[in-house]
Design a binder for this molecule. Sequence first.
Ligand code: DGY
Length: 435
Amino acid sequence: TSSLVNTAQNILNSNFQEKKGFTLPCKGLYPFQWYWDSGFIAIGYAHYDINKAKSEIETLLNAQWNNGFIPHIIFHNESNSYFPGPDFHMAELHLDASTEYKSTGMTQPPVTGFVLEKIYQIAKDKIDILDFIKKNIDKVYDNHTYFYKNRDINNEGLVYIYHNWESGTDNSPVWDDIWKTMNSPDYDFERRDTSHVDPSERPTKKEYNYYLHIIDIAKENNYDDAKIAELSPFLVQDPLFNAVLIKSNNALINLYKIIGNNEDKITQLLKWTNKGVKSFNTKLYDDELGAYVHYDLRNEKPIRLVSSSSFVPIFANIPSKQRAAQLISTMITKFGGEDMYLCASFDPTNERYNPKKYWRGPVWINLNWMLYYGLLDYGYNEIAQRIKSDSIELVDKVGFYEYFDARKSVYNTESKGCGGNNFSWSAALFLDLIN
Ligand code: DGY
């Protein structure tokens, strides 16, 4: 593994933008700063260059809006290798948008809270890192306040996402039925992603039409949260997104306790978490499927499909022990055959599964990373070790790709992964997993 460690560090270092202080998720394919990528990347840096870890988080938080919102892409620099860029998104339509940084008007899973805690655990100089956390933690708290104030429209401790790009799982089959409810124009635009990676591993043009149409509706309403809640054809409570938010609530509680003197914030965070956990276990749990599912707020119905997002609640201490056992049995039965690496991003037994297409089936290292820690927390050491060794084996076989075909047999004849190569979070989380 020592040469893999070197490779992983080299990938991060070469994707690091010296002048701006942040890291590209992947050269060419993703040429700016992304919210959740930055969080995972910072964890990798914490293992060997704590200043870069801090810089990654600071550059993200610098772009925070006045209302606490943090955008999913920050356009620190110009680049014509990506579509849609700042001119399409026009986030400046929102009154609270940063005047200093161009960005999108949508967000991504709020990882920063648990990332701060993780970095605290990794850092050798606790005084120094605590100093850094003290300077930044309230910004993360403000981000959570933004979510619960504006996006928990039923006051149930669960927040909505209004775009599939907010979920992180961009083209998951989970969204397919929502697209059927939409009438979107056929946009005239030039894809850039498909010039960097195999188009058969990326979303379709038709899907991009829907993605752009939702942004247009948000733009027509100046990215106003209340208007989006009223009008967006895509309005979903996502188990991955909400579990990450709750995990981050809990991490902020732990860090505020270490810092001291923050009783009000701790009380508020606990309230959000308790309400969210309760709703998770009543509203988002599907007994028949033995899994957490998404809830379509616009069409008022659960989306009864199992994806790797269904399992992320174990990362945030959401299921009871008994329910965790059901959840893991679903994972093993559907996703865990001996001929499969854990954990496919979508139910391999479902007809919508596609082993190579982005979020419609392939294994992702960041999901595996969250599941690994969740499984450890619940005492499932053997499966945890399997997820970890599967992740390491995939990287070892083909390199630090963006995502990986879960079928073991394909590696008899294939020597590459899917999507972008030299992918920053695959490198960063590898550095954490091998510790
Ligand atoms: C993309 O362009 O595919 C990104 O994932 C959007 O965030």
